[in-house]
Design a protein around this ligand. Structure first.
Ligand code: PLP
Length: 509
């Protein structure tokens, strides 16, 4: 059985001693090593800090040991299977990191003269074209920092479009299926729309009847994830698109699940007018814990006028940043997007090419269906929504029978998986499946690892029937035991930084 390292590691602020250094500032012209104080005196007085920064002082060895120890108590895609459904936790090739870290790219400043940043502009320009080709859409803007940010931009573009048509007052509703990710209704509401939820049918797809009943002259658009969060391809997509367009609405594609469609099918061809791509998911940036990401948005020809400024343009000789776009919604973010993330996507697409991307799609679907077949036969688990139908990139298994028969829930299984050296799948999402376990193996794990995962799930379910306490009290082999899920995410108790921690202990009576 897997055992995580368990160091009694203090926070970095409690390590080291005053004056200890791991780095010498560069020497001045007369070969005298400067101290931090000397250097800060070179700054104009109004730019100097009043108080020195609260930084830990340690040697290089102490710093290295500290972070290595922390990493040994952690789990990542480089450790093993990370089947967090919908998040596409694929292995991120190291060559992407090398490219993104090239000194020439890392030292660029967004305030530089256009003529001195032709290289990065060319990369951004080409990436936009590639993403447009991959999604089958007219033009792409790289600015949004994540999928949810892209959704907000998409909804703002819808507003601008209806305003121009003189229908701004009338088009007040965005339709969202009940299987949608929570960011969809949240983004629509943030942009000022009312959210109308349509239920799924017995097959786990958007109910056409309910959709037709929900559509009206108030409809601004439909936000749809395809394949949806159950891993099912919305097979009525043509009719869905016709229904929305006939009512004068726009179709928004949530691209979180684009992975299984790469170079196989394109949202633009399905009738979508606005598309976002979760770069960090499909195109392999290491992500988790909230970032970093990129959520480029692509639009149909008619909507390109509304894209944020600046646009990267090419006159056949030079690249430019064009701000002269009178109908643009303005800025959605400072500068041109999370370029370090975009560079990784550029490297990923360049290294795989068209055939490689198609293979990504094929293997991700093969892996998900292989795992689904193995899991659905396990006593205690069931596969809701037509188990005979193949899934795309992920499958959603329900632990409801196990919960009813043993008291062991999806959450308990998730915790017990940690003991066996696996990251947990996404649980309790989508909301329409009770005791949901949403499993996305991605294309980057080998058959033996998938077999180990299926065997482990089987073993945990058997434990639930034989010795339920083992599973109910898991994890047993991790550096930190079971967390209080509420305390861990409640603004009152969550402590995200040393400064927050210091404030909290000071407040204590
Ligand atoms: C991840 C995800 C989102 C949100 O994307 P972020 O990049 O995390 O903001 C939206 N929809 C679905 C289906 C997702 O899986």
């Amino acid at each position: 059985m897997f055992k995580q390292a368990s160091w009694d590691e203090p926070v970095v602020f409690n390590l080291g001693r005053k004056g200890r250094r791991g780095h010498l500032p560069p020497k001045t012209e007369n070969e005298v090593t400067q101290t931090v104080d000397d250097i800060s005196k070179l700054l104009p007085t109004n730019m100097r800090r009043k108080n020195p920064p609260m930084l830990p002082e340690l040697s290089e060895v102490e710093a290295v040991r500290h972070f290595v120890r922390l990493s040994e108590m952690n789990y990542g895609v480089d450790s093993g299977l990370y089947p967090l459904g919908s998040c596409t936790m694929k292995y991120s090739p190291k060559i992407n990191e090398q490219l993104a870290a090239l000194p020439l790219l890392g030292t660029l400043n967004p305030y530089q003269e256009e003529s001195t940043i032709q290289g990065i502009l060319e990369i951004l320009y080409k990436l936009e074209r590639w993403l447009a080709e991959i999604t089958g859409i007219h033009e792409v803007c790289l600015h949004p920092a994540a999928g949810a940010h892209g959704e907000l931009l998409g909804a703002l573009i819808m507003r601008a479009y209806y305003k121009q048509k003189g229908e701004g007052e009338k088009r007040t509703e965005i339709i969202v299926p009940d299987s949608a990710h929570g960011t969809n209704p949240a983004s629509a509401a943030m942009a000022g729309f009312n959210v109308v939820v349509v239920p799924s049918d017995d097959e786990g797809c958007v109910s056409l009847g309910a959709l037709k009943a929900a559509v009206s002259e108030k409809t601004a658009g439909l936000m749809l994830t395809n394949p949806n969060t159950l891993g099912l391809f919305e097979k009525n997509i043509d009719e869905i698109a016709r229904t929305i367009h006939a009512a004068g609405g726009l179709l928004y594609y949530d691209g979180a699940n684009l992975n299984p469609l790469l170079c196989k099918a394109r949202p633009g061809d399905m009738g979508f007018d606005i598309v976002h791509v979760n770069i960090h998911k499909t195109f392999s940036t290491p992500h988790g814990g909230g970032g970093p990401g990129a959520g480029p948005v692509g639009v149909s020809k008619e909507l390109t006028q509304f894209l944020p400024v600046p646009r990267v343009t090419f006159d056949g000789k030079n690249y430019h940043l064009n701000y002269d776009r009178p109908n643009s919604i303005g800025k959605i973010r400072g500068f041109y997007g999370n370029t370090a993330v975009l560079l990784r996507a550029y490297a990923y697409i360049l290294s795989l090419g068209r055939e490689g991307l198609a293979e990504v799609a094929e293997v991700s679907v093969l892996n998900a269906n292989y795992l689904m077949k193995k899991l659905k036969g396990i006593k205690g688990l069931e596969l809701p929504y037509n188990g005979a139908r193949p899934r795309k990139h992920e499958c959603v298994i329900s632990a409801k029978p196990l919960k009813t028969e043993t008291g062991v829930s999806a959450l308990n299984i998730a915790k017990r998986l940690l003991d066996y050296g696996f990251h947990s799948p996404t649980i309790y999402f989508p909301l329409i499946v009770e005791e949901a376990m949403m499993i996305e193996p991605t294309e980057t794990f080998e058959k033996e690892e998938l077999d180990r995962f299926a065997e482990t799930m089987k073993r945990i379910c058997a434990e639930a029937y034989a010795t339920p306490d083992t599973v109910l009290k898991a994890p047993h082999n991790t550096a930190i035991g079971r967390l209080d899920e509420v305390k861990a995410s409640h603004p009152k108790t969550m402590t995200l930084s040393w400064r927050m921690h210091q404030k909290k202990i000071k407040q204590k009576p």
